[in-house]
Design a protein around this ligand. Structure first.
Ligand code: SF4
Ligand code: SF4
Length: 282
């Protein structure tokens, strides 16, 4: 068995408690309009061109078999060697060996390993194998959008110590429009997680005019409160979100007006506190 990783962060302070080693798994069933990790969406290994030092000569595109996608011919044609494969295959044993090497440092900080993406549950057998193998080695966290079959999610609850769980839009039609899939499985798995007793943090991206509306934030706050949640983290829109698309020959075209400022922090916090929740803006 092998999993496909597109990035590894050796010492992250953002993906759960303490210092974390974070693995970003390739593949995601969602297509969020604001996604800032487009290289994590496709499961297949893609060729990406770096921007720093690029001569804008176009040789990489001319050499590609498909002008919309870079390939190994692009890599050979680039005079600056800026075209590289994005996606590395590892066995669970290989990945876990990397974690074991750093475990003492991670554990000393109260940290551990985090599996992110993309959507890590999209490679569920590999994810389960890694998590099971790291039991007792270090603290294990999964960052997920929760769009996965309920039985599979339940299996994950048995081998994971902590979740970072994203809630984006409570309205089903809006979720389909802006994220590309129905939110019913996401809400169902959130209920499962809350009932399981496994600790987790709820994360909400603040996307101007999309997720940061009063109606949506209040609906998320009510839903979280109904499930016994007390703390929520809010992630302001990343205005650099489009930066990586050019490297994949894609155009960042968000389905909302990104020039509109995100709802002021004080208003967001007030919406959550009205439901008895403590929100933190990251
Ligand atoms: S990535 Fe390389 S081949 Fe492509 S435009 Fe830049 S310098 Fe030219
Ligand atoms: S869930 Fe995350 S990785 Fe997947 S499309 Fe949305 S923002 Fe991108």
């Amino acid at each position: 068995m092998q999993g496909r990783i597109f990035s590894v962060e050796e010492f992250s302070t953002y993906d759960g408690p303490g210092i974390r080693m974070t693995f970003f798994l390739k593949g995601c069933p969602l297509r969020c309009s604001w996604c800032h990790n487009p290289e994590g969406q496709q499961f297949s290994t893609e060729w990406v061109r770096g921007q720093n030092g690029c001569l804008q000569c176009g040789a990489c595109v001319r050499a590609a078999a498909d002008p919309n996608r870079l390939d190994e011919n692009s890599a050979a044609a680039c005079p600056r060697r800026l075209v590289r494969p994005c996606g590395k295959d590892l066995t669970p044993e290989e990945l876990c060996a990397q974690v074991r090497k750093n475990a003492a440092i991670l554990n000393a900080s109260g940290g551990g390993v985090t599996f992110s993406g993309g959507e890590p549950t999209a490679q569920m057998p590999f994810l389960l194998a890694c998590l099971a193998s790291l039991r007792g080695v270090t603290h294990r966290a999964v960052q997920t959008a929760g769009y996965v079959d309920g039985a599979q999610f339940s299996a994950l609850l048995d081998v994971c110590d902590f979740f970072l769980y994203d809630l984006k839009l409570m309205d089903g039609a809006l979720h389909r429009r802006f994220c590309g899939v129905d939110n019913a499985p996401i809400l169902e798995n959130y209920r499962r997680l809350a009932a399981s007793g496994v600790p987790f943090i709820t994360r909400v991206p603040l996307i101007p005019t999309v997720t940061d509306t009063r109606e949506n934030l209040a609906a998320i706050a009510r839903f979280a409160a109904q499930n016994g949640v007390r703390d929520v983290e809010l992630l302001p829109y990343n205005r650099m979100a489009g930066g990586k698309y050019a490297g994949l020959l894609r155009r960042y075209a968000p389905d909302f007006d990104e020039t509109v400022p995100v709802r002021p922090k004080a208003e967001c916090l007030e919406i959550f506190s009205a439901c008895g929740l403590r929100a933190t803006v990251l």
